[in-house]
Design a protein around this ligand. Structure first.
Ligand code: SAM
Length: 281
C-alpha cells in the first residue's frame, strides 16, 4: 500500500518497548499526519510525540472508558478524519487496549491498517532458544490462584511453546504455579527487552524457582515456556484396554483390520498382538 494517510481509516501503530530508535519511520509519519491519536495514557504518548517532534490531538482511550470513547472515535473516523491508536509500549491490542476498537471498526466498515513494530511476546520468542514453529500466546495469568491454576491446566498438554507476560512482583508466585502444574520444563525468562539491562535467562522451571527464591525479580518479563513433549501427553486410549481401543475405531467407521492396525500403531505394538487379544476377547 502507499504511504499516504487515508482519510476515514484507523492506523494501529506499534511503539517502542524500551528503545526509542525502534519507532519506525512509517510509524513517525503516521503519528505526525493523522488527525488524532487514541492513546492508552496521554502523558506517555505525549512524551513519545515530543521526542519525534509531532504535535497532535490526543484522545485518552483505555480499559475503563473504551465504550464511550470507542463510539466517539468511530464517529470521527466515519466523518472522514484519520486516526491512530497506540498503547504505552508495543503493539496495541496485544494485552493492551485496541482489540475492541478494531472490532468496532470492522463492524462499522472502517478501514484499519497495521503499522508493525515492537511486540514483547514476539521479540522474546525470537531469542528464547525454544521452538518457534508453533506457539501459543497466553498473555497475563490471573492473580486469582484458582483461575491461574485453571489456565495452566488448560495449556498443560499443549505441545506449543507458551508465551506469558508477567510483572516482577508476581513472578515468584507465577513460577511456582507453573512448576507445580506444568512440571519441570525449559523456560526462557526474557527481561528488559531493548533496554540497557536486556537479558535472557535460559533455565528450567525448577531452576527459575530456585534462582528467584534467592534473587529479587526486577524489570519487565516475558516467560517463554517449552510445550509438553509428546511422551508427556496423555493419549485418549490410555484408559482403554486393547479390545475397547479397537472398538473405538470400529465406532468411528473403520473396517475390522484397519481398526486393529490403528490400535496397534497407537500402542506401538505389532498388529498380531492386538489381533490375538481381539480374537480371544
Ligand atoms: N502490547 C505490548 C506488546 O506488544 O508487547 C504488551 C503490553 S502488556 C500491558 C505489558 C507486558 O509486556 C509487561 O508486563 C511485560 O510482560 C511485557 N513487556 C513489555 N515491554 C517489555 C520489555 N521491554 N521487556 C520484557 N517484557 C516486556
Amino acid at each position: 500500500m502507499s504511504n499516504e494517510i487515508i482519510k476515514g481509516a484507523l492506523y494501529v501503530v506499534a511503539t517502542p518497548i524500551g528503545n526509542l530508535s525502534d519507532l519506525s519511520d512509517r510509524a513517525k509519519k503516521v503519528l505526525s499526519e493523522v488527525d488524532f491519536i487514541a492513546a492508552e495514557d496521554t502523558r506517555v504518548t505525549g512524551k513519545l510525540l515530543m521526542c519525534v517532534g509531532a504535535k497532535k490531538s490526543l484522545i485518552s482511550y483505555h480499559e475503563h472508558n473504551k465504550r464511550e470513547k470507542g463510539e466517539e472515535i468511530i464517529r470521527r473516523l466515519k466523518n472522514g478524519e484519520s486516526g491512530a491508536i497506540v498503547s504505552d509500549a508495543g503493539t496495541p491490542a496485544i494485552s493492551d487496549p485496541g482489540e475492541d476498537l478494531v472490532r468496532l471498526c470492522a463492524e462499522n466498515g472502517v478501514d484499519t491498517f497495521a503499522i508493525p513494530g515492537p511486540c514483547a511476546a514476539i521479540s522474546a520468542l525470537s531469542i528464547s532458544g525454544l521452538p518457534t514453529g508453533r506457539f501459543s500466546f497466553e498473555g497475563f495469568l490471573s492473580t486469582n490462584k484458582g483461575e491461574r491454576k485453571r489456565h495452566l491446566e488448560e495449556v498443560k498438554e499443549s505441545g506449543y511453546t507458551l508465551i506469558f507476560y508477567e510483572a516482577p512482583h508476581k513472578l515468584r508466585d507465577t513460577l511456582s504455579a507453573m512448576y507445580s502444574v506444568l512440571g519441570d520444563r525449559r523456560i526462557s525468562l526474557v527481561r528488559e527487552l531493548t533496554k540497557i539491562n536486556e537479558e535472557v535467562f535460559r533455565t528450567t522451571l525448577s531452576g527459575a524457582v530456585k534462582y528467584y527464591a534467592e534473587n529479587n525479580p526486577k524489570g519487565e518479563f516475558v516467560l517463554v515456556v517449552e510445550g509438553a513433549k509428546p511422551e508427556d501427553k496423555k493419549q485418549f486410549w490410555e484408559d482403554l484396554d486393547e479390545v475397547a481401543h479397537v472398538e473405538y475405531y470400529l465406532e468411528k467407521g473403520f473396517e475390522r483390520m484397519d481398526a486393529i492396525k490403528a490400535a496397534a500403531r497407537d500402542r506401538g505394538v505389532a498388529k498380531s498382538v492386538i489381533y490375538k487379544i481381539w480374537n480371544e476377547g
